[in-house]
Design a protein around this ligand. Structure first.
Ligand code: FE2
Ligand code: FE2
Length: 164
């Protein structure tokens, strides 16, 4: 049996992950508008991963016999000032998500919900990767600066990411 506090926290996070999917999908459409199909594909793949995160939370709640509640979704931003600004926003967002999972972990530990503690470990590790992969792209764009050829190459590189 899963407690109410943990149920509420995981329901909240599931809804946040659905928002995250739409945030990245919105970034994908922004990159489409810049004709940067590689970056758009990268963002679309990221959106799919975020939906996967939401479903992981969904399945954990389901397996634990909790009531799952889908809430209203806030509209994501639709415009960024530059490719750098979009990836910087993604990086900031991932750092925020990492702190959210730290809080969920602290709650699960305080509630002695060890099944949820073990479940959340995957997300804690995943966030380390998420922050690192987005930060790597931010640093590359900074290195490229205003060099159009560099941005073109980076877009091709980002396009190599496999979806899902
Ligand atoms: Fe996520
Ligand atoms: Fe993420």
């Amino acid at each position: 049996m899963i407690g109410k506090k943990v149920t509420d926290a995981l329901n909240l996070q599931m809804n946040r992950e659905f928002f995250n999917a739409r945030l990245y999908l919105s970034m994908a459409t922004y990159f489409e508008s810049l004709n940067m199909q590689g970056a758009a594909g990268w963002m679309a793949a990221q959106a799919q991963e975020e939906t996967g995160h939401a479903m992981r939370l969904y399945n954990h709640l389901r397996e634990r016999g909790a009531r799952i509640l889908l809430g209203a979704l806030e509209a994501p931003p639709t415009q960024w000032d530059s490719p750098l600004a979009a990836f910087e926003a993604a990086y900031e967002h991932e750092c925020k998500v990492s702190r959210q999972f730290d809080e969920h972990m602290a709650l699960a530990q305080a509630e002695k919900d060890h099944a949820t503690v073990i479940f959340l470990q995957w997300f804690i590790n995943e966030q380390v990767e998420e922050e690192a992969s987005v930060d790597e792209i931010v640093q590359k764009i900074k290195m490229i600066g205003d060099h159009k050829g560099g941005l073109f190459m980076l877009d091709r590189m980002l396009g190599e990411r496999k979806s899902g």
